[in-house]
Design a protein around this ligand. Structure first.
Ligand code: KG4
Ligand code: ZN
Length: 370
């Protein structure tokens, strides 16, 4: 049994986890920094890296304690090496290098985006092998709203969708290690749009969960916010027009401005529902195009916005089986890093002390692949 310690510090979450055999999560500890960034309505890189320095050692200790294991039981150290904020990445990478060197264990440099996709196969803490019985079998898991129990190897090729605060992109997944980029946002990430719209509506940061909570009590057809399709064949996304449209709806147009405080509760719910519906429609249009174009057999969704209940419901009984992570593995976590580390370890793809933190993803766009 291979036990891997995973470390994640790409953005504003300091996380560590212990995962056995790539799927069996023994512990997953996350120190969030919401309260530090809330007043700025977004992540401040310098504040994030300082907080990582303070949190990293206690978080690693807690992950080992909760997994009831010692450093000596760990077979390899996996770290989110890219993409992310450089100052944040460096803290995790330095901690991982130090551990790998002092313990003489393999060092695994994981791509955070690839790990978000991989998160669909992670089992819950203590769930152990139980979930294997459900492999390939369709079943409702009410607590996590996961329409399908994801088999360790989903039906491939799959279309991957990573939708989070920093990314909105589509991938063609032929295997866990053969992933290519086929479309990406040309402006805002979807989670960023959620956070900015929540800011306009005075709903706090991060805004995704707040909008998701209010949306079901509003009318999704109340306001016709734009669905940006870009070119007829495009697999790219654009969310900035949608965000601006919500801004104008709330503040009014020049000469006809209104006080955002005059938005009633009922209208607030309608705005959330209509905005969320526009987001879901955009994602579904692009997913539909991608599935057709590449003959995909399933869809794999990861990243913070994959926790969205509206999106999960919309992809239940969709054209293809859609796999989502358990709720606890949607937003940034280290279990997905340790899990994907197992794939790298299996393939002998290890790093050494020369490993660098890198701000961009390793995954290349398909038209750039020969
Ligand atoms: O994956 P993540 O933790 O960080 C990045 O890699 O970017 O994603 C965080 C994002 C935030 O923008 C947050 O508002 C959004 O995920 N989010 C949601 C929901 N939960 C988190 N967006 C919509 N609905 C949700 N339920
Ligand atoms: Zn992420």
């Amino acid at each position: 049994m291979a036990m891997i310690l995973g470390i994640e510090s790409t953005c504003d979450e300091t996380a560590a986890a212990v995962v056995a055999d790539g799927v069996d999560v023994r512990s997953s500890v996350i120190a969030t920094q919401f309260e530090l960034h809330e007043i700025y309505r977004g992540v401040v890189p310098e504040i994030a890296s300082r907080a990582h320095i303070e949190n990293i050692v206690p978080v690693i200790h807690q992950a080992l304690d909760e997994a009831h294991c010692r450093l000596a039981d760990i077979g390899a150290i996996a770290v989110a090496q890219r993409p992310g904020l450089i100052g944040s990445l460096l803290i995790g990478v330095t901690a991982a290098k130090t551990l790998a060197w002092s313990l003489e264990k393999p060092l695994l440099g994981v791509d955070h985006v690839q790990a978000h996709l991989y998160s669909v196969v992670l089992r819950g803490k203590g769930e152990g092998a139980a979930r294997v019985e459900g492999e390939g079998v369709r079943r409702k898991v009410e607590s996590s709203l996961t329409p399908y129990a994801c088999p360790l190897t989903p039906h491939l090729p799959a279309i991957g969708l990573v939708c989070s605060g920093g990314h909105t992109a589509l991938y063609l997944i032929k295997s866990w290690s053969d992933v290519t980029l086929i479309g990406a946002t040309i402006d805002d990430a979807i989670g960023e749009a959620y956070d900015k719209v929540a800011g306009i509506l005075g709903l706090g940061y991060p805004g995704g969960p707040a909008i998701d909570q209010l949306a079901p009590s509003g009318n999704p057809k109340a306001i016709a916010f734009p669905r940006s399709r870009l070119d007829r064949d495009s697999l790219d996304f654009s969310f900035s027009g949608l965000k601006t449209s919500v801004l104008y709806h709330v503040r009014g147009h020049k000469g006809r401005e209104r006080d955002p405080g005059s938005v009633s509760q009922a209208e607030l719910h309608d705005i959330c529902a209509s905005f969320q519906q526009a987001c879901i429609d955009i994602l579904l249009i692009k997913l539909g195009r991608a599935v057709e174009r590449f003959g995909a057999r399933s869809v794999i969704v990861g990243g913070g916005v994959s926790a969205n209940r509206g999106l999960r419901a919309a992809l239940t009984d969709w054209q293809r089986p859609a796999y989502f992570p358990r709720m606890e593995y949607c937003t940034d976590n280290a279990a997905m890093i340790a899990g994907f580390g197992h794939i790298l370890l299996d393939q002998g793809i290890t790093g050494d002390l020369s490993m660098d933190a890198v701000t961009s993803s390793r995954i290349r766009r398909i038209d750039a692949v020969d």
